[in-house]
Ligand binder design. Sequence first.
Ligand code: CS2
Length: 503
Amino acid sequence: MNSRLSSTTIAKLPGTIAIPRYDRTTVMPGIVHLGVGAFHRAHQAAYVDACLADDETDWGIIGVSLRSPDTRDALAPQDGLYTLAIRDGAGEQLQVVGSIQSLLVAPEDPGAVLAALTDPRIRIVTLTITEKAYLRAADGTLDGAHPDIVHDLANRGSPKTAHGFLAEALARRRAAGTPPFTVLCCDNLPANGATLHRLLIEFAKLRDALANAGDPALASYVADDVAFPSSMVDRIVPATTDADRARIAQQLGIEDAWPVMTEPFRQWVVEDRFPAGRPAWEKFGVTMVEDVGPFEDMKLRLLNGAHSGIAYLGLLSGHATVDRAFADPLIRQFVDRLWAEAVPTLPQDAGLDTSAYTAELAARFSNTALAHRTAQIANDGSQKLPQRIVASALARLEAGLLPEHLSLVVAAWIAACAARGGTLPEGHFTDPLDAALNDLLGRNLPTAEMAAAVFDLAGFAKGHAERQRLVEFVATHLACFKQGGPALAFAALGIGDKNGTAE
Ligand code: CS2
């Protein structure tokens, strides 16, 4: 088989496969997306595809990779087309998505990315660049000392970071009299739009401080004139494997270099602040709201918090995928208790139905067709745990409640990091703090000191009145992990006991 998915070959696909039912040649670009990975292609790009098919033809997507050329290399020969495989126990449904019109690789040609961002037809910039790419220091402010930030402040026309691209593009649009685009953050951060807004204002202030005489100040413009709605995005997207590629090629009858695997469930809740306009997303299942905060907290603390717990406990218990870990009765019981611990930390007056939500999560985590790898979720724990686990643990302590299960996830993260190169393969998952973390973990400190040092390194609970108490909980669990692995850590909570199973 040597023929490849493209605008020409798409006509030959079997009739069971859904394909774009609109004329892609008449679509105009309206969105630039930074971070065109698998998640974007299973989520925002699929929603936009539905809008394009409904005659909203001026919202095509220009996909930008900030680092690697891999996505462009796979999709450019396919005219941006790719297959979305929606999988569950009932089978697999295939859909070819056509909303990505072109792909750019920032390090190869930053000027082309700036040209796209300053095109007046672009009215929205969406982002999925992962937590670590926001370049926050341990206290949450912009890490002004990060080499890429330093680079971007000195090289405005050839930035590397999202901050550098957004700031330069907004400055150029302003100078040209082009209205600003709306910036729509789609990463798993708390108050993600407001967070990015704050970081970009900080970046613009640093830029302004270095500006030449006569340059108009950018920071106040970014603060006052650019909208950064927050959004909650949700769809589970495991990394594509070679077996997936082979199976999809078999079904298509032609090759797709990078199909995307996902689940039937999808959710997008978006704050409705788009001064430059937006697609009619609400027609296709997107919930447009005034305040996304409660939805975001529920998703981060219940879905992502449990995911991280399942990932680290799964890895320590020998489970390679989420469904297998979740089928382990000890882990399952732990997750139920974790949810029970996190639920009271959520806004009580926002009408959230947490029971229905966790029941649905349990079904999603049990999806055996996804084979979502625990090692994939385990990546970047230092960037993920603050909003998924630490925030709810601190909220409980403040309210006079114990965070026994939440704190165990932090200990499991530390134990899993320490197990790399031992019971887990070297580099089995990675973290931006790995160099310092591995050095620390190799020092064989007493558990209390170790837990405190990891908190310092990762900035967990920095400056919080309950920090020390949380460190103590984590240290207690860590001692169990060291002595007897997850079995002992669970047993200490009564999980797995005859008495413990009653809850
Ligand atoms: C996961 C998320 O990898 C991870 O850390 O928890 O990517 C998760 O699958 C998505 O947020 C689901 O919407």
